[in-house]
Structures are given as structure tokens and as C-alpha cells.
Design a protein around this ligand. Structure first.
Ligand code: IPM
Ligand code: MN
Length: 352
């Protein structure tokens, strides 16, 4: 039977606890669909950094390139200065492995509470395509007259025609495959970012000519925030830059029930991709077996789809829906589920 090599990066805090359940569920899906997953564990994260001073060796990046796919828990440690691990591991992997798409599906599952009044699962069903290797995340800029009263800090957003075009085309292709209303919304800030957003809009308009069946739409990022709360049903696929994508996907995660369910993928369509829950390492819940593993399990479904096992991915998605429909999981929040992390994983796996 077919087999796939998966690099496992449990990471920090509650990362290992949620990854354990994710692995349990995707292994069950693999068994059911007659393929094999071979996992190789990598101990990247805060503990290794504090012990050895090593964040992410170049040689490890080279090793990752040989895998079929990567599965990440969470990066971020309370005893390490913010930025070191996030930039040194997470962003470095996205950049070095050229995972230029950050794919974040936003879907309200049955029995999951949304803070939006009167919205049902049918109203909240979209995908956000976030550019993942450019923009303000690139680290261009610096300080002038640092630590003086005249200090100046600059941080520039870098947008290449090449980078924007591959992202926009990915989003058009994805929109075409979705059943909804075949609408792609470009999210920017053309009224202020007259260089960066202008490049995005022109690139979007040229690409749109190759997708005559898709309705291309443009909405400013501030208005996107407004409509995500008021009329989320208006959206099908949204494409946007790295920073706007970071911000609107947190908002979108909350309307789908929070970090307990939100997942995403860092995708290089021509190389190796990495799937992760959207939430962080949640250090205060570490070791208590009370964190929600559903986001990581959902990331597992995206992982299976990425390696070409669409049927197994659908099975995992259906198992999550059945587990939620069972009513046995009381809440999506850590400590309030009425079940342990392990029990939620077992429940989902029981439907496979
Ligand atoms: C995310 C996170 C990261 C980001 C941080 C941890 C660097 O917020 O995946 O959305 O800003 O991309
Ligand atoms: Mn974020």
C-alpha cells in the first residue's frame, strides 16, 4: 500500500498534546483507507532552544524538503523572548520552504457556538488565502538614531509581482473548485496603500480575465472586518496580503468558534507543506489534558488532502462533524469541553 513520510513538530506548550490526538485521528483515517503514514519526530521549540541555543539548524530545513508533508503543533515559549522562536522557526520555515500560501478555511460546524447572533453553519463557510512569504513580514526596515529621543523605526511591505500573482492565481483556482457562489474577494487598502494595494489590484484584474466564471470583488480590509461580523455569508474565498491575512484570520477564527477549531496550512504547491492549528502554545494549559484538539485534527484533514488522500480527508471531516453532533463536547474552550483532550481525540477517532 501507499505510504507517506510526515515530519512531526509537536513544538511548545500544549502543542504535543494536540499533535498526539491529531496523529491518532489521521492514523485511523489512513488505516481505514489503506495507506501508511511514517512519522519522524523533531523537537524544535523553546525547550531545545533553552538547552542547546539552537533554534532551527539549516540541515534540518534541508531534511524537511525530503518529506511529503509536515504537521506542526505550536511554537512559542513563555521563558523565551517573543519573536525568537516565532521568527526563527515558524516564519523561517514558511520562508525557506517557500510555503507561499497560508490557507485558512473558516467554517462553522454544527453544535459550535459563534458569537454572531442568528448565524448558522450555512452562513459561515469561506476560505481565506493569505500570502505567506512577503509583505511586511519580510523584515525590511530598521532603526535610525536608536535609543535616542529622535529615534525612527521603519518597516516596509515588500510586494513582488511574481509573489502576488502566484498567490492570486492560487486563490482563483481554489474558488473555481468550491461549490459556493464562485466569488473571490480581494482584500486590501487601495485608498491608502496606493503602491502595495495597487499592485495587488492590477495583478488581480489581469488574472481575473483567465477566470471568466468567477466573480471578482474588491473590499477594503477595514470593511472586510465589518462584513465578517455582520454578513459573513457574503464571502466565499478572500485573498489578501500577509499582515491583513494574519489579522482577518484571527477575526474569522472567532466567528467559527475560536482557536479550538481553527486550522490552516502553509502550502508550497510545488514543494513540502506544513499544517497547523491556528492557536498558539497556550502555556497555561500545558500538561493538563484539557486543550481542544479539534483545530489540530482539522489541520490533519487538510494535511491528508494535501498528500492526495482526499477521501481520508473527507472521512476525518465527517468524523469531526459526527463527534460535534453527538453533543458530548460541551464547549470549544480549554477546560470547558466536559471531556479531556484525549477523550475528544478518541471520540473523533471512533467515527473512523
Ligand atoms: C499566525 C501567527 C504567526 C503569524 C506568528 C506566531 C508569527 O500569528 O500563524 O497567524 O503572525 O503569522
Ligand atoms: Mn496570527
Amino acid at each position: 500500500s501507499k505510504s507517506y513520510n510526515v515530519a512531526l513538530l509537536p513544538g511548545d506548550g500544549t502543542g504535543p498534546e494536540v499533535i498526539r490526538e491529531g496523529v491518532k485521528v489521521i492514523e485511523a483515517a489512513a488505516k481505514k483507507n489503506n495507506f501508511k503514514l511514517n512519522f519522524t519526530n523533531y523537537d524544535l521549540g523553546g525547550e531545545r532552544y533553552m538547552k542547546t541555543g539552537e533554534v532551527l539548524p539549516e540541515s534540518v530545513i534541508e531534511e524537511f524538503k525530503k518529506f511529503d508533508v509536515m504537521y506542526l503543533g505550536a511554537i512559542g515559549h513563555p521563558d523565551v523572548k517573543p519573536g525568537i522562536l516565532e521568527k526563527g522557526i515558524l516564519l523561517k520555515l514558511r520562508f525557506e520552504l517557500d510555503q507561499y500560501i497560508n490557507l485558512r478555511p473558516v467554517k462553522l460546524y454544527p453544535n459550535v457556538e459563534t458569537p454572531l447572533k442568528d448565524k448558522k453553519p450555512a452562513d459561515i463557510d469561506m476560505v481565506i488565502v493569505r500570502e505567506n512569504t512577503e509583505g511586511i513580514y519580510i523584515g525590511a526596515g530598521g532603526f535610525l538614531r536608536k535609543d535616542t529621543l529622535q529615534e525612527v523605526a521603519t518597516q516596509e511591505s515588500i510586494n513582488t509581482r511574481f509573489g502576488v500573482e502566484r498567490c492570486v492565481r492560487y486563490a482563483f483556482d481554489l474558488t473555481k473548485k468550491r461549490a459556493k457562489n464562485n466569488k473571490l474577494t480581494l482584500c486590501g487598502k487601495t485608498n491608502v496603500l496606493t503602491f502595495a494595494s495597487d499592485l495587488w489590484q492590477r495583478t488581480f484584474n489581469v488574472a481575473a480575465k483567465d477566470y471568466p466564471t468567477i466573480k471578482g470583488d474588491y473590499v477594503n480590509v477595514d470593511a472586510v472586518c465589518m462584513w465578517l461580523v455582520k454578513n459573513p455569508e457574503w464571502f466565499d474565498v478572500i485573498v489578501t496580503d500577509n499582515l491583513f491575512g494574519d489579522i482577518i484570520t484571527d477575526l474569522a477564527a472567532m466567528i467559527q468558534g475560536g482557536m479550538g477549531v481553527a486550522s490552516g496550512g502553509n502550502i508550497n504547491p510545488e514543494g513540502v507543506s506544513m499544517f497547523e492549528p491556528m492557536g498558539g502554545s497556550a502555556p497555561k494549559y500545558t500538561g493538563q489534558n484539557i486543550i481542544n484538539p479539534i483545530a489540530t485534527i482539522n489541520a490533519g484533514a487538510l494535511l491528508l488532502e494535501n498528500i492526495g488522500e482526499a477521501k481520508a480527508a473527507k472521512d476525518v471531516d465527517n468524523a469531526v462533524i459526527k463527534a460535534l453532533e453527538s453533543g458530548k463536547i460541551k464547549s470549544m474552550s480549554a477546560g470547558k469541553m466536559g471531556l479531556s483532550t484525549t477523550e475528544v481525540g478518541d471520540l473523533v477517532a471512533s467515527y473512523l
